[in-house]
Ligand binder design. Structure first.
Ligand code: CP
Length: 303
């Protein structure tokens, strides 16, 4: 039985296969409409979500399966003090697969120790978000036709932004990837990630100015400053509007730049560029459903 807790749980070949299956689902949805008939997905969300939870649920419905779960900790017995471990032991008797989001780093990994069914990490604190990474990789593949030889700018909150951490771990395994990390000093990538990149001999730079970095980028991955992870509201207010991508900033960008954002956005991308063909973030949110369909099929070992 396989779970997905960290993107490194998947080999590059497995990631490429998931992307290929997702693309086939997009082209031939009817072929997959009954694949999970009789199967149940539990979505256990101890933290808010729109895209991840609803795309998982839509994915399971489009595979012919059913869904149960909760969307906030306050409507589960965790509000009465039940442990994650006990919740998982119980729910793994009700469902065939579990997607869970939790504010505590490591909670989905802990869940795998007591679960009888596959666990999918749908985001654990500031740590990892592997299904967002699969979504991002599918988006890049769709937009660029390749995951190799790209210069990728990651901009915003690179300290707490778990989607960046997972994406970087995945992309560094492809050929000819250069990362440009654009953040204020306080929100640079975590030390462990910098160390991993250095150890792997990855090509990366860390800068503070988006204007200076933008002309060289093939992909610009914008992120929200993660208010919920700050200890101090004053720091959040000082940093939240450091980068706002607008039409003026895009003037110096490549004509085939792809702008991604895991969403939700707050202020970091002006709505004036939503109709620019380079803005991919709403397509990206849609692709999340297809890659999660492919992942459910893989973890349930459905042919
Ligand atoms: N990208 C993402 O994780 O969005 P949600 O928080 O809405 O699930």
């Amino acid at each position: 039985m396989r779970s997905l807790i960290d993107i490194v749980n998947l080999s590059t070949q497995e990631i490429d296969e998931l992307i290929a299956v997702a693309q086939d689902i997009m082209a031939n949805p009817s072929k997959y409409a009954e694949k999970c008939r009789g199967k149940k997905l539990a979505t256990l969300f101890f933290e808010p979500s729109t895209r991840t939870r609803l795309s998982f649920e839509a994915a399971m419905y489009e595979l012919g399966g059913n869904v149960l779960g909760f969307s906030e900790a306050s409507s589960s017995s965790s509000a009465k003090g039940e442990s994650v471990s006990d919740t998982i032991r119980v729910v793994s008797g009700y469902a065939d697969i579990i997607a869970m989001r939790h504010p505590k780093e490591g909670a989905p990994l802990a869940a795998t120790f007591v679960s009888n069914v596959p666990i999918i990490n749908a985001g654990d604190g500031g740590h990892n978000h592997p299904t967002q990474t699969l979504t991002d990789l599918l988006t890049i593949k769709k937009e660029k036709g390749t995951l190799d030889n790209l210069t990728i700018g990651c901009c915003g909150d690179l300290k707490f932004g778990r989607t960046v951490h997972s994406l970087v771990k995945a992309l560094q395994r492809y050929q000819g990837i250069k990362f440009v990390f654009i953040s204020p000093e306080e929100l640079r990538i975590p030390d462990y990630l910098r160390y991993e990149l250095q150890k792997a001999g990855a090509d990366f730079v860390e800068v503070q100015k988006l204007d200076e970095a933008i002309p060289q980028l093939d992909i610009l991955y914008m992120t929200r400053v993660q208010r919920e992870r700050f200890f101090n509201e004053a720091d959040y207010i000082r940093l939240k509007d450091t980068y706002i991508l607008d039409s003026e900033k895009l003037q110096n960008a490549k004509s085939d730049l792809s702008i991604l954002h895991p969403l939700p956005r707050v202020n970091e991308i002006s709505t004036e560029i939503d109709n620019d063909p380079r803005a991919c973030y709403f397509r990206q949110a849609l692709y999340g459903k297809y890659i999660r369909m492919a992942l459910i099929l893989k973890l349930l070992e459905v042919e």
